[in-house]
Ligand binder design. Structure first.
Ligand code: AGP
Length: 606
């Protein structure tokens, strides 16, 4: 997933393109590039690596163009290098692309037979060459349509034309694209985050849409070439703080924001005076819902796993969970009394979005739990529940995970009460306990120094296991994912009771193992599983919660206690030490914590 930007203006666009690309860098940081016009020809500058490097190269050039496009890349086709960096230009057109052209190899062969030469290994260059070919035979808009018709796969495009130097053409299928409106300038970008500093008036393209952007005019066409109008939305004014403040990284800042983001999320859904949950205008009769199916990817999928435990614990509804990339291609049994819940921080993850589209096509009830309320998943769902945690910049998700878990827990509580699966007394007691969570999160952050002391052991480990039972199992999965993402250590989250059925063979002297053993109904069993790995030489970091009676922790290497709360809410507190462990282990290795290798914040390709 890459980030694209385009600006048409009456003044030079270079600096705005560079600052927008910096904002888009969470989408990909393998290479960067821009194209504009100089002396009547397409002037393309690109390099491997970060936007800062591109900025330096551009500062030595006089790029005075008033129309330009830019790109940050997450490599899918072709290694990260300058040649494969976007834009991909011919003499007449220049293209930046976010997505994957699945039939690029076939199209390349056809065009090579026509004598075209390709400079890069990318799928994108096929678009440049095909467009160049079609422009010889057709007017601009027809040439664009003819080109798009040939493409299989996903794309968000911004295109410059040598013979129309006041214009940028945009097109979308599958990957997000938005137009921003300014004063004698207009913009094109992958998301509102990139456009927010230049305008608060935007329109989103839908699949099949094409837009023609000039500094004083924007036209939209649907896939049949018919002119269409697009709604102009005003972006919410919540100017999220894109600065790290006193923190070294966005991830650390976002970890320490969790007590306040949890509070703002709870305040949105829980009545402060009465112990009551307010989910307004829920469009469905809850009693009619027979099954809930939760769908997500990565960390969002771990929030789906948590939701399953809570919904099964609190309600009599049948609950299943699916990883989006599997759900969209398997044989699903759609039933009108099913409720499909999609969890996504960015709201742009291609597999989750496609799963949503599939459910909509089958006329299913769709609810999404998102952070980006203007995203494709949010805009295309019947009902959305925002997680209210502000922009998350660090690629490794932290505060969004806590926000996703909060919203699914609050939804589970509401459903169980409305379906009379729990008593009013229990319902109100659980809400009382929930209101105390932000403070408990705050206190639990104090374990950071203990975590920092031991992080190097995980940083230098050849592998690691994260074990938990019941409510702690999804958190063990999340802890392992964080260490993988940030510290590139092969780590696995596993149900503690499952170890003796194979993974125990991985345990040898000194291998660091995290055991999550909260004082809940799984406590005793988890401790005996812990002794299994200790007896094979594991170095166990035991994470439990404070309690008056001492924990039996013979041969435990390190023990850390989080605050005390109800069994159902312990997963929130157990998550924080694991986020910090991965952060400090990566710090210990000197890795880029906010932009880990090979990853990006929102995965807009499948
Ligand atoms: C989590 O740290 C990762 N960034 C990744 O697993 C992420 O959760 C996944 O790509 C889903 O993203 P989404 O929540 O934006 O849909």
């Amino acid at each position: 997933m890459c980030g694209i930007i385009g600006i048409t203006s009456e003044k030079p666009v270079l600096s705005n393109i560079i600052s927008s690309l910096k904002k888009l860098e969470y989408r990909g940081y393998d290479s960067a590039g821009i194209a504009t016009f100089s002396d009547n020809f397409i002037d393309e500058v690109k390099c491997e690596g970060r936007v800062a490097k591109l900025e330096k190269i551009c500062s030595k050039k006089s790029l005075k163009g008033i129309v330009g496009i830019g790109h940050v890349r997450w490599a899918t086709h072709g290694i990260p290098n300058e040649t494969n960096a976007h834009p991909h230009s011919s003499e007449n057109v220049s293209v930046v692309h976010n997505g994957i052209i699945e039939n690029s190899t076939i199209l390349k062969k056809v065009l090579e037979k026509k004598g075209y030469k390709f400079k890069s290994q990318t799928d994108t260059e096929v678009i440049t060459v095909l467009l160049t070919e079609n422009l010889k035979k057709h007017k601009l808009l027809i040439a664009v349509q003819k080109t798009l018709e040939k493409l299989h796969g996903s794309y968000a495009l911004a295109i410059l034309f040598k013979n129309n130097q006041d214009l940028i053409v945009g097109a979308r299928r599958g990957s997000p694209l938005a137009v921003g409106y300014g004063h004698h300038e207009n913009f094109l970008g992958s998301d509102s985050y990139a456009l927010k500093s230049m305008t608060n008036k935007i329109s989103y393209l839908d699949d099949g849409d094409i837009c023609m952007v000039k500094k004083d005019q924007v036209e939209f066409y649907n896939s049949k070439g018919k002119k269409i109008n697009k709604k102009i939305l005003t972006l919410s004014e919540n100017i999220d703080d894109y600065e790290k403040g006193d923190f070294q990284t966005f991830m650390q800042k976002e970890i320490f924001e969790q007590p306040s983001t949890a509070k703002s999320c709870i305040n949105e859904y829980v009545d402060n005076l009465r112990d009551e949950i307010n989910i307004y205008n829920f469009p469905w009769e809850l009693k009619s819902i027979e099954s809930i199916i939760l769908i997500g990817c990565g960390t969002a999928y771990h929030a789906c796993m948590m939701a399953k435990y809570w919904l099964e614990e609190l309600t009599s509804i049948n609950v299943t969970i699916d990883i989006a990339s599997e759900f969209r291609y398997k044989k699903n049994k759609f039933n009108k009394n099913n409720l499909y819940i999609f969890i996504s921080q960015s709201g742009e993850t291609a597999d989750t979005f496609a799963a949503l589209e599939l459910c909509k096509k089958n006329k299913m009830k769709t609810l999404s739990i998102v952070n980006a309320v203007e995203s494709s998943i949010a805009r295309n769902s019947d009902f959305i529940l925002p997680i209210h945690c502000g922009s998350e910049i660090g690629v490794a998700s932290t505060k969004a995970f806590i926000g996703q878990m909060l919203v699914v827990y609050i939804l589970a509580l509401k459903i169980s009460y409305l379906r009379k699966d729990i008593s009013k007394k229990d319902y109100e007691l659980k809400i009382k306990t929930l209101k105390k969570l932000p403070n408990l999160l705050k206190n639990t952050l104090n374990v950071e120094s203990e975590i920092e002391e031991i992080a190097s052991v995980f940083a230098n480990a050849k592998g690691s296991m994260f074990l938990g039972r019941g409510f702690a199992y999804p958190i063990a999965m999340e802890g392992a994912l964080k260490l993988k993402e940030l510290c590139y250590v092969h780590a696995e989250g596993y149900p503690a009771g499952e170890m003796k059925h194979g993974p125990l063979a991985l345990i040898e002297d000194g291998i660091p193992v995290v055991v999550l053993a909260p004082r809940d109904k799984y406590y005793e069993k988890t401790l005996s599983n812990m002794q299994e790995v200790i007896s094979r030489g594991a170095k166990v970091l035991l994470i439990s919660n404070k309690s008056k009676d001492e924990i039996s922790s013979e041969n435990v290497w390190k023990k850390i206690d989080v605050e005390k709360t109800s069994d159902e809410l312990l997963p929130f507190l157990l998550t924080l030490p694991l986020q910090m462990l991965a952060l400090h282990a990566a710090k210990n290795k000197g890795y880029d914590i906010d932009k880990p290798r090979n990853l990006a914040k929102s995965v807009t390709v499948e």
